[in-house]
Design a protein around this ligand. Structure first.
Ligand code: SF4
Length: 888
């Protein structure tokens, strides 16, 4: 822990996505924290995206879980830890070791993950520990193991820049991995001959730099890559010498690919024009330096492992792997998804890239841990784990740093399962999440900037997260909480750690234990790292051992794989379409995903007004043709229903949607929006190998939701507003925004508004019962406290000027006069509109206005005038679109 007063930059790592950007955090004497990109970190070289740049604004104790809580009452740590240990021991004694489970997170640091896994698998003796990375990249892990014999990501970030062709499959790379995308943008700019192909049913911001976008039918990826394999052979574009020497399974894989043996057949199977398929195949055939990036669009599928292997197949068949600028590249979603894979955080893994497939591996870990009761078999994967909780087979569960009531498929059932579970322990930074609401015991975990440990990014690079401020309240690091429980459960000797460096050393030792090069993950060169060296550890890529004393930029360079015979395995792929097809009742395909400025279930990014300003409500994007068929209006509300649940969302018409598909983000929880958890619709259908859910393909029905009233309320504090079936809350600058709708009209609007808040002040009101309009404002000592706007439908005034009034100490007479009409006094306010550039808070209206009045025709010109797009760059695709729309 550094001095609180020294204005010295602490080198740490961003806690959001798998890019793993280096961050400099500077703490001023006043305690104010400033954050910037670390220019020396090889993942980002100083860049940060909008989320990373706003990290300092997420700090502070607001919304934090500050004390241990048992059955709703604050208790001491001693009491809480005893209760957890006793509760788990009791369930184990009565029902056996498989009656307990841990559900952990890619947000945990490697040291936290290591001890959680060691406790469950090594000492409790069950493998019922799974991680939310199951929902994110377990498919890629399974595909790597099937092809390479190990979960070995061969590629590094520089390969993406060095490639002549970058194929991006099922990834909105621009928003989900923004800094990597910006590196690609810069590379393409400096080498204009570089080609980018995006394969995605949806036209996303990533297509901004695409030379070709293949908007394939949802789930048809394996047809495309099987077809490509066939095409490459026909065009004599395979590296048969490489295949002969380093690959097995080619004949069977090729035979399976024959099913789509022509460009027209592929085009038909994928629902895209033949010319586009032909262009992609020709580009791939003639471009040796090719990286294929894949992510959730491939992974979150009932045939995800096959899809990933169909991608890997074409790289193996062309020998485009293990060399600069080439290879299949699975980019991970979470900051430490890769670290979780290293320690064995998935229920089917054991530890250190060993699994349960052979007794020798189990025996190796048993001896290393001195753990006679070690688990012998894989545990339950996430979906099965929550089903076992629902069935009463698992009676005690400890959820660490994640929010499954929002993020798991069939989320309503997950909540019901937890509500019915005998013992639910949740350790988290956030006090109020949909999952903490189900907990019997709450344990406050230290957050980013308060804890020390390691994370591994998508290119196998281990970086340190370092603390730079004291923990909020009584929060403690996860590794400490877990080891304290382990000690109380009777395993004191094996969990006698006093600092994370000890855990890291043990983890490093295990990676090299009896590992003469057979296991890819090996950081044994760090096994004797002293505490000082641990503190100053520089980012490095594994393997890091005697054979690779400087770390390893690229894997599989010598054509030797981690299989028994050293050869890679091509897999015969029989493409399968998604498990459940659309039908007359549920005719549209729901695709779920991320948006630009939010992270996971918004427990941190939801605290930052400028990150909420880009999209402040749950929404569903629909193609105009589908909207017409479903009678949906742009800006109106819609109800989405599947066989598993329903949700409400604001309709956004978008030509970017494939006809027949709709998109809704995964971020909104009950905490931020009533009735808008998208995962309550998603079926708990999983890939048979990886267990990863099919989150990209849920048949749904979308209907207009026509409530009796709609409205919005802006107020200094968050309000409980009765009678609103739909209520989306977001934090603005100095106020809370509530977007509302309800089926029942209150008897008296006046009483309704006044019941929502205590406090003195003067009320101004307007009521037109015939038109269904009610407007009110409360002003106290010249300051605006709240405004209420109710209407019969969604046609309501702009919120922007009203929101800006919360920053004023005294409202002028003219401002007071304009309150209930939501009209600013003449000349006082120029509207900026919905925020497009989060870095410099530049809104859509300002942009369109400048583009039109100044005649701006390029992103560079817009940047020069308004600075928009010159920060992290994530808004550039949107600015480019505004330019082309305004100049049509
Ligand atoms: Fe953080 Fe990812 Fe953004 Fe980098 S790209 S700053 S790791 S969220």
């Amino acid at each position: 822990m550094q001095s609180m007063t020294a204005p010295q930059a602490i080198r740490t790592t961003c806690p959001y996505c798998g890019v793993g950007c280096g961050v400099l955090a500077t703490v001023a004497e006043s305690g104010e924290v400033k954050v910037s990109g670390d220019p020396l970190h090889p993942a980002n070289f100083g860049r940060l995206c909008s989320k990373g740049a706003a990290l300092a604004e997420t700090l502070g104790s607001e919304g934090r879980l500050l004390h241990p809580v048992v059955d709703g009452a604050q208790v001491t740590w001693e009491t809480a830890l005893d209760r957890v240990a006793d509760g788990f021991n009791k369930v184990i004694a009565e029902h056996g070791r498989n009656a307990v489970a841990f559900y952990v997170s890619g947000q945990l640091l490697t040291e936290d993950y290591y001890v959680a896994n060691k406790l469950m698998k090594g000492f409790i003796g069950s493998a019922n520990i799974d991680t939310n990375s199951r929902l994110c990249m377990s498919t890629a892990v399974a595909a790597h193991k099937r092809a390479f014999g190990a979960d070995a990501v061969p590629v590094c970030y520089e390969d993406v820049e060095a490639a002549d062709l970058v194929v991006i499959v099922g990834s909105n790379y621009a928003w989900a991995h923004p800094v990597l995308y910006q590196r690609l943008v810069a590379a393409k700019k400096s080498r204009p001959d570089m080609r980018v192909v995006v394969v995605d049913p949806r036209r996303t911001a990533t297509c901004d730099i695409a030379d070709l976008h293949l908007a394939i039918a949802p789930g048809s990826d394996a047809y495309l890559f099987n077809g490509l394999l066939h095409h490459l052979r026909r065009e004599d574009a395979l590296d048969l010498a490489y295949v002969e020497q380093h690959v097995e399974g080619f004949a069977a894989a090729f035979e399976a690919a024959r099913a789509v043996d022509s460009i027209p057949a592929v085009a038909q199977a994928c629902g895209v024009p033949e010319t586009d398929v032909g262009e992609f195949f020709r580009l791939f055939a003639r471009t040796e330096r090719c990286v294929t990036i894949f992510s959730q669009g491939v992974n979150q599928s009932s045939s995800g492992v096959d899809k990933a292997n169909s991608i890997i197949n074409v790289h193996l068949a062309t020998g485009r792997i293990g060399r600069p600028g080439m290879g299949p590249f699975s980019v991970t979603g979470q900051p430490n998804a890769m670290g979780g894979r290293e320690v064995g955080g998935l229920a089917n893994q054991l530890a250190a890239h060993l699994d349960f497939s052979d007794a020798a591996s189990v025996d190796l870990v048993r001896r290393f841990w001195d753990a006679p009761n070690i688990a012998q078999d894989p545990g339950l994967k996430a979906v099965d784990m929550f089903q076992a909780i629902a069935d009463g087979k698992i009676k005690a569960v400890w959820i660490m740093g994640t929010n499954p009531v929002v993020s798991m498929p069939d989320a309503d059932r997950v909540r019901a399962a937890l509500m019915g579970c005998e013992l639910v322990v949740v350790s988290d930074c956030a006090q109020q999440t949909d999952t903490t609401a189900c907990a019997d015991i709450l344990l406050p975990a230290a957050g980013w900037g308060e804890k020390d440990g390691a994370v591994t990014n998508s290119e196998r690079r281990i970086s340190r997260q370092r603390s730079f401020q004291p923990a909020a309240g009584e929060a403690r690091p996860d590794w400490w909480i877990i080891t304290q429980v382990a000690q109380r459960m009777g395993f004191a000797a094996a969990f006698a750690y006093t600092r994370p460096a000890q855990i890291f050393r043990e983890h490093a030792r295990l990676s090299g234990f009896e590992n003469p090069g057979k296991r890819a993950f090996d950081i044994s060169a760090l096994a004797d790292l002293d505490d000082t060296h641990y503190e100053t550890l520089q980012p490095l890529q594994w393997p890091f051992n005697e054979r690779s004393p400087n770390g390893t930029q690229r894997l599989l360079v010598d054509g030797r794989f981690y299989t028994p015979n050293g050869k890679a395995r091509m897999t015969a792929i029989a493409p399968r379409l998604p498990a459940v097809a659309t039908d007359a009742d549920f005719p549209l395909v729901l695709n779920t995903g991320r948006i630009r400025d939010q992270w996971h279930t918004m427990t941190r990014t939801g605290k930052v007004p400028r990150l909420n300003a880009h999209q402040f409500e749950p929404f569903v994007q629909v193609h105009a043709q589908d909207a017409e068929a479903c009678r949906l209006q742009d800006g109106g509300l819609a109800r989405l229903s599947s066989r598993h649940g329903s949700m409400l969302a604001r309709v956004q018409l978008s030509q970017d949607q494939r006809i027949g598909s709709v998109f809704a983000p995964m971020h909104w929880s009950e905490t931020y929006a009533k009735s808008s958890r998208v995962d309550s619709l998603v079926a708990p259908i999983t890939d048979p190998i990886s267990g990863q859910p099919e989150s990209k393909h849920t048949p749904v029905r979308v209907e207009p939701y026509l409530p009796a009233w709609q409205g919005f309320v802006l107020s200094r504090n968050r309000l409980e507003l009765s009678g609103a079936g739909y209520c989306a809350c977001s934090q603005g600058d100095g106020y809370w925004r509530h977007e509302l709708a309800g089926d029942m009209l209150p008897e008296d609007w006046r009483a309704w508004a006044r019941a929502s808040q205590a406090g003195a002040g003067e009320w101004m009101e307007f009521h037109d019962a015939a038109m269904g309009r009610y407007r009110a404002a409360r002003v106290q000592d010249g300051r605006l406290e709240s405004v209420f706007f109710i209407a019969a439908d969604h046609r309501l005034p702009e919120r922007e000027w009203l929101g800006s009034l919360f920053a004023k100490r005294d409202l002028s007479t003219a401002e007071l006069a304009g309150l209930l009409s939501a009209r600013p006094p003449k000349g006082e306010a120029s509207e900026t509109g919905r925020i497009v550039c989060a870095c410099f808070s530049v809104g859509e209206k300002s942009l369109v206005n400048a583009i039109k009045t100044q005649g701006l025709t390029s992103v560079e010109e817009v940047g020069a005038h308004l600075k928009a797009g010159t920060g992290c760059g994530s808004c550039v695709p949107e600015i480019r679109r505004l330019i082309s729309k305004a100049t049509i």
